[in-house]
Every structure is written in structure tokens, then in C-alpha cells.
Design a protein around this ligand. Structure first.
Ligand SMILES: C[S@@+](CC[C@H](N)C(=O)[O-])C[C@H]1O[C@@H](n2cnc3c(N)ncnc32)[C@H](O)[C@@H]1O
Length: 258
């Protein structure tokens, strides 16, 4: 008898719960983030200037900002959902039972060469991050002007992890989101992105959210439109540990704007 593959019900972002997402991916340092953080740190270490930085689609997370803090002059954080921004704000202001990022900070410090970082060193890095984050605002990758009139700005460095690819299951829409995000990078500016590879969804608590089913070639093609083709680095990581969450690998990329 032919097995019928059941289609999973994909939720819209109206049903997103920041806490479910944090519980799913950020209670321990998960395998895909180990890879993404190492890749991000390599880029940061190679940058020889501390510049203003945007994290686009930060969700309720702080680990990419914690990794970036010593290497940048200032960080602006943007996301589509108010609830995610509130969660980030709680951490910034240390209020309302905010999520604990100590284990991520410890991992970041270890990757920077500190053996067995102390709690003081962890707190110091987090306190630096709190100082470096100077703006937190709502943004929408579906707009040509994703930051809107009030926050419109162009950046020498943009970080966007699992945002465009994890916001839609439509490749055309993903393409548009990527180009709108790319428009925020200044000429000669640098862009770091991470995406789920060949995935149609990812699990968050008991819900499934969409993923654009992209591969290395899709990512290369879209990046080539706005970034110097010679500058583009794309790496694949096979991560079967995440299969139960809907994906078995990720893509990590870095590129310099034309
Ligand atoms: C999988 S989460 C990634 C969060 C975080 N960057 C991380 O790596 O854990 C996807 C994020 O995309 C955001 N998102 C969904 N639709 C969006 C849109 N139209 N514009 C910008 N961000 C969007 C969601 O709010 C969510 O925070």
C-alpha cells in the first residue's frame, strides 16, 4: 500500500510564541547554533573596523548580538513581532523573568579562546552587549523600505540569521525578502546570513512555521544580485540532530555589497 505523506499544518506568525521558540532552540547551545556562531565569529574577527551593525530579524534572541558586541561600535536590533522585541527588551532591562543567555555567552567566550569562562567574564560580556544595543524596533522584510521612515538607515554590517528563509515557504517571497534586507547594507558593507537548508518548515513547541526550501544555489543566485560575486562565501553544514525539528542542515553565508 502506498504511504500517504501527511501535510503538516503550518502556522502563521500570529500564533508565534517567543517563549516556545526560546524553549525549542535556546535552552542549550544547539548544534546549528554552534556552527552559526563559529562562522559569525570568524567574520567578525576578520573585520578590521568597529562599525554600526544591524541585526535584522533577531526574534527573541540575543546570542548573535552577544557574539558581535566587542567587534562593533553599536548594534540596532529589528524584528517583525512586538512580542519578540518585548522579550529582547526584558533582557536589555533585566526585568520580567528574562531569558538567560549565560550558556550561549560561555560558548562564545570559549570560541574566542577563553578556557572555562567565569561567571564574571560572562556577565561582563553581556553587560557590554547591553551597552552596544542602542536601538530596538519593528521591521518588515516584505517592504522595500523594511525599517520604515522612522528608523530608515543603511549599515556597513548587517546580520540576519534564519529570518527571510524562516518567514515564508514561498521561494519568490523569500527572494523579495532577501533583496529588501540586502538593500539595508551600504556599498562595500558586509552581510552575514544563515538559513535552513532544504526545509519546508521548522518546529517550535507544538507548532510548525514555514521555511522556503532553499539550497546553496538559490542562496548564491539571490546574493549575486546585490553582492560582489567574488566576495560570496557559502558553507553547508549537515546537522541530522535537527531532523525532529524539520531540517537536516543549514547554510551559512557572508558577502560584500556591490
Ligand atoms: C526563526 S526566527 C529567527 C529568529 C533569530 N534570528 C534566530 O536566529 O533565532 C524567524 C524570525 O523572522 C521574523 N519574521 C517573520 N516575518 C518577517 C517579516 N515579514 N519581516 C521581518 N522579519 C520577519 C519572525 O518575527 C522571527 O523572529
Amino acid at each position: 500500500m502506498k504511504k500517504i505523506k501527511k501535510k503538516l499544518p503550518i502556522s502563521s506568525f500570529q500564533h508565534w510564541k517567543a517563549q516556545d521558540y526560546l524553549n525549542e532552540f535556546y535552552l542549550v547551545v544547539v548544534p546549528d547554533e554552534r556552527e552559526a556562531i563559529k562562522f559569525q565569529l570568524d567574520i567578525l574577527k576578520k573585520r578590521n573596523k568597529k562599525t554600526l551593525t544591524l541585526e535584522f530579524g533577531c526574534g527573541p534572541t540575543l546570542h548573535r548580538a552577544i557574539a558581535a558586541a566587542p567587534y562593533v561600535s553599536e548594534i540596532h536590533m529589528a524584528d517583525y513581532l512586538e512580542e519578540n522585541l518585548e522579550t529582547v527588551k526584558n533582557w536589555l532591562e533585566s526585568k520580567n523573568e528574562f531569558h538567560n543567555w549565560n550558556h550561549y555567552t560561555k560558548y562564545i567566550l570559549e570560541k574566542e579562546g577563553i578556557q572555562q569562562p567565569s561567571l564574571d567574564q560572562i556577565h561582563e560580556r553581556e553587560s557590554l552587549t547591553r551597552k552596544k544595543i542602542t536601538k530596538l524596533f519593528q521591521a518588515d522584510a516584505s517592504f522595500k523600505d523594511p525599517l520604515g521612515i522612522k528608523y530608515r538607515e543603511f549599515y556597513p554590517f548587517v546580520i540576519s540569521g534564519f529570518c527571510a528563509d524562516s518567514a515564508t515557504d514561498d521561494k519568490k517571497i523569500w527572494n523579495t525578502y532577501m533583496r529588501n534586507i540586502a538593500s539595508l547594507v551600504l556599498p562595500n558593507g558586509s552581510f552575514f546570513t544563515a538559513a535552513l537548508m532544504n526545509a519546508s518548515h521548522y518546529k517550535t513547541g507544538n507548532k510548525y512555521f514555514p521555511s522556503a526550501n532553499i539550497n546553496r544555489i538559490d542562496l548564491l543566485k539571490v546574493l549575486e544580485l546585490d553582492f560582489n560575486p567574488k566576495s560570496i562565501t557559502i558553507e553547508e553544514r549537515d546537522l541530522p540532530e535537527h531532523q525532529h525539528q524539520g531540517y537536516k542542515g543549514i547554510l551559512l553565508a557572508h558577502a560584500i555589497k556591490k
